[in-house]
Design a protein around this ligand. Structure first.
Ligand code: SF4
Ligand code: SF4
Length: 67
């Protein structure tokens, strides 16, 4: 089964992470930056990922791939 992987170099740290909103099991976390002012890295819990691909379809930066 393919699971979601994120390329943090492509992630745009969107103010609202569409991928996080789309995930049906809340496997995507949008962290704050270290100074707690900006949006920080997005993390995918690959152990829980169902492989549905919803996050990949809506990610604005095309940062998520299924593999
Ligand atoms: S939608 Fe994609 S590019 Fe934007 S914060 Fe989420 S994972 Fe990053
Ligand atoms: S593939 Fe589906 S279950 Fe896995 S992180 Fe993306 S939206 Fe969530």
């Amino acid at each position: 089964m393919a699971i979601a992987k994120i390329d943090l170099n492509l992630c745009e740290k969107c103010a609202v992470c569409n991928a996080m909103l789309a995930c049906p099991i809340d496997a995507i976390t949008h962290h704050w930056s270290e100074d707690l002012v900006r949006n920080g890295p997005v993390e995918i819990d690959t152990k829980r990922c169902l492989g549905c691909g919803k996050c990949e379809r809506v990610c604005r930066g095309k940062a998520i791939t299924m593999s």
